[in-house]
Design a protein around this ligand. Structure first.
Ligand SMILES: Cc1cc2nc3c(=O)[nH]c(=O)nc-3n(C[C@H](O)[C@H](O)[C@H](O)COP(=O)(O)OP(=O)(O)OC[C@H]3O[C@@H](n4cnc5c(N)ncnc54)[C@H](O)[C@@H]3O)c2cc1C
Length: 467
């Protein structure tokens, strides 16, 4: 079995450690932030110091795909999440039988287990810390790397921390997130950085967290992510009677910055009838904004040659996207699982051939999930930007038409509803749904239902912002 060092001990670093340790590998996790995960869920939310993750106390949602992997591979995490009061939801429950065409075999895939990010991460971190095959060292920031030349290819021989300690292994895993320093550290050590495609996603989030007095949750009316005119509104239920409400706007929309004022933010949310009741709780945070969120993917094999060997990036350190679809943690977990399988298929992780086959596995198994979110995001941003200037948005785009139809008519046909959930909960990709000719024909048979009158139009929104 191999000795593996993981840089970054947040959600994906710890899950990767667990998957690898379950296979008998000896894993060391180096995490920059010194604070240990608190045992109490409210302490995790209120006081766990995690400056290493910018979005730590911002609403997160964990998809059914996330739970499906945990159920199959790490049931001890699901058990610990239940003990911590995580929320279990099955979106088909609560919908009348006739609308879903009766209960069907396999409907359990629509079950999700979710919670506030610090709560879920604390649980995962505690399970990992208790695993005999995992050593978690906190307060260990990696500040440089040692490279060796192996047949003309730089090999990642060791990570070096601030205190000068060196950590080497058969494989070094980068789970250091969106701002992973590895590309810079490789270049500083005389190597080459991975190739990178990077673009500002164009979105900004203005969100606030809430808690109910009695542990209850607001009713979900019309979906967790609702698109209106020039904004979307997210309502994310979480553990122990808590939830998050977020406005998603275009980063370029200067008018929307006014919602940083709490009263204005509240006025906006209370003007949308399908979400206004999500304000009926005690706020547990101020309104927080998060923008300048990049879509970025890194490739470590360029023109068939690895830029470095002995190295694998997982989760956000490999690719990250605009989070309005809440996919990051699930993609990261799919990626961690792919790494576990790669080690099963070929444990010789130091070779150039391993680096190539890991790159292929990532491209085949995980990158399609990354790409699957980009198309809908670009279309939604186009729609928002058109609304801001009062223009029509009419792209000649099959995916756009299919999404509109399935989104607005999903509740009318059990098959469309399940397809909508398949995509929303990361069971099937849009590209897979589009290959299903019968489904596409069914979705396209009728025009998209009009959403007019449900929310505010742009001029009404501006009135509220400027009241
Ligand atoms: C606003 C926002 C909302 C989001 N909402 C959702 C959602 O609803 N659902 C979802 O699934 N995803 C969501 N995401 C995405 C999700 O947060 C990420 O996909 C997830 O955090 C990736 O986890 P990670 O472990 O790869 O990286 P991170 O969570 O970024 O963790 C990286 C870790 O590495 C450590 N580290 C960094 N540098 C070093 C170093 N030099 N040495 C040692 N340690 C280091 C950091 O301290 C940190 O602990 C959201 C993202 C944003 C920005």
């Amino acid at each position: 079995m191999s000795k593996i060092v993981i840089m970054g001990g947040a959600i994906i670093g710890q899950l990767t450690a667990l998957l690898l340790a379950e296979d008998g590998h000896e894993v060391t996790v180096l995490e920059r932030d010194p604070a240990k995960p608190p045992a109490d869920v409210e302490d995790a939310w209120n006081s766990w110091e995690r400056t290493g993750v910018r979005q730590f106390r911002i609403g997160h949602w964990f998809h059914a795909g996330f739970k499906r992997v945990l159920d199959g591979e790490l049931p001890q995490v699901v058990e610990a999440l239940d003990e911590a009061g995580a929320l279990r939801v099955n979106f088909l429950e609560g919908i009348p039988e006739e609308m879903i065409g009766g209960r069907q075999d396999g409907d359990e895939v629509y079950s999700t287990i979710t919670g506030r990010r610090p709560v879920v991460e604390a649980v995962v971190a505690r399970v990992a810390a208790a695993h005999p095959g995992i050593e978690v060292l906190r307060g260990q920031a990696v500040t440089s790397v040692n490279l060796e030349d192996r047949d003309g290819v730089p090999h990642l021989a060791a990570l070096v921390t601030e205190s000068g300690q060196e950590f080497s292994g058969d494989l070094i895993v980068d789970a250091a997130g969106r701002n992973s320093p590895t590309p810079r550290l490789l270049a500083e050590a005389g190597g080459r950085s991975p190739d990178e495609e990077l673009e500002d996603s164009g979105f900004i989030y203005y969100g606030r967290s809430f808690k109910s007095a009695d542990g209850s949750l607001p009713a979900v009316l019309g979906g967790l992510n609702q698109n209106y005119d020039s904004i979307s509104i997210l309502t994310l239920p979480a553990d122990n009677g808590t939830w998050f409400v977020g406005i998603v706007a275009a980063g370029s929309d200067a008018e929307m910055r006014k919602v940083m004022n709490e009263e204005t933010w509240t006025r906006v949310i209370s003007s949308y009838p399908l979400v206004s009741h999500w304000l009926d709780g005690e706020p547990t945070s101020e309104v927080k904004a998060m923008g300048k969120i990049e879509d970025r993917i890194r490739r470590c094999v360029v023109d068939g040659q690895p830029v470095v060997t002995g190295y694998a990036a997982v989760g956000d350190a490999w690719a990250c996207t605009n989070p309005s679809l809440g996919r990051g943690a699930t993609i990261g977990l799919y990626h961690a699982l792919a790494l576990r399988d790669q080690m099963r298929a070929d444990p010789a992780a130091q070779t150039a051939e391993w680096a190539r086959s890991w790159s292929r596995r990532t491209e085949d198994d995980v990158e399609p999930w990354y790409s699957d979110g980009l198309g809908p995001d670009r279309l939604r941003l186009g729609e928002i930007e058109a609304q801001i200037v009062g223009a029509r948005f009419e792209p000649d785009d099959e995916l756009y038409e299919f999404m509109r139809r399935i989104g607005s008519r999903g509740m009318e046909h059990p098959r469309l509803l399940r397809a909508l959930l398949d995509s929303a909960l990361m069971i099937r990709k849009w590209s897979e749904l589009l290959e299903d000719e019968e489904l596409v024909e069914m979705a396209m048979a009728e025009p998209a239902a009009s959403a007019e009158g449900v929310g505010l139009d742009r001029s009404q929104l501006l009135e509220i912002l400027n009241a």
